[in-house]
Design a protein around this ligand. Structure first.
Ligand code: B30
Ligand code: ZN
Length: 223
């Protein structure tokens, strides 16, 4: 992709909105992501049911490491079905929790078949015991932009915490064009991963997090 946006300098986040007409939401939007999650309201929000497939392909796309998901993986939020398209990583985390930033965050990007809306599930990483799924991904991170390799047998469910309690709010893509089409779901519990595997990511991308935006009139709900 011919992308000229970045995370610092003249093409950094504060300039995204003026890099292209298509990116106007980045500066003019009122429902932007990420957020600092605070003041969440406990609510009776639907549970998440995940049924993802193993496999896919891992790609270094120049702004993150992204796994193109194997087709047919689903997420249901109540009666709303989505299909898993891809998942990718940010370091440090894009969302904050009451001002706290985590060393990494994974985004599972799902698409609603009918509406085209996205449902993105975020999970925070903390350094600790090795996570075998993240370790096998980290061992195969393509080192060069544009490089892609097949990923046999990696099960993305290995990157989920035991509890799927989550926060929910309406927001945007965290990268240009910053479209306000995302139902955000953020797992309340982080997962542990080996610090050495975090280092394998930050060796490639040490800062690919958009700064937090203002909530404006939005509520954050907690399950
Ligand atoms: S995120 O989860 O809010 N970080 C997209 C999906 C999720 C997020 C950000 C962006 C997305 O689909 N972007 C448009 C597609 N991309 C290709 C891609 O998936 O990787 C084109 C692009 O940005 O220009 Cu890079
Ligand atoms: Zn993301």
């Amino acid at each position: 992709e011919a992308e000229h946006w970045s995370y610092e300098g003249e093409a950094g986040p504060e300039h995204w909105g003026s890099l292209s007409n298509e990116n106007s939401a980045c500066s003019a939007g009122s429902q932007q992501s990420p957020l600092d999650i605070r003041g969440a309201i406990k609510a009776d929000i639907p549970g998440l049911a995940l049924n993802w497939k193993s496999g896919g392909a891992i790609l270094n796309n120049g702004h993150t490491i992204q796994v193109k998901a194997a087709p047919g993986g689903t997420l249901r939020r109540g009666d709303k079905p989505y299909e898993l398209v891809q998942y990718h990583f940010h370091a440090p985390s894009e969302h904050l929790v009451e001002g706290h930033r985590f060393p990494m965050e994974v985004h599972f990007v799902h698409k609603h078949a009918e509406t085209g809306a996205l449902g993105v599930l975020g999970v925070f990483f903390v350094p600790g015991a090795a996570n075998t799924t993240f370790a096998s991904l980290a061992a195969t991170f393509p080192q060069k932009t544009g490089e892609q390799t097949a990923l046999p047998n990696v099960d993305p469910s290995g990157l989920l915490p035991t509890s799927l309690r989550y926060w929910a709010y309406e927001g945007s893509l965290t990268t240009p064009p910053c479209s306000e089409i995302v139902d955000w779901m953020i797992a309340q519990d982080p997962i542990e991963v080996d610090a050495a595997d975090i280092d394998r990511f930050t060796a490639l991308y040490s800062m690919n997090a958009r700064p937090a935006l203002v909530a404006n009139r939005r509520y954050i709900l907690a399950s």
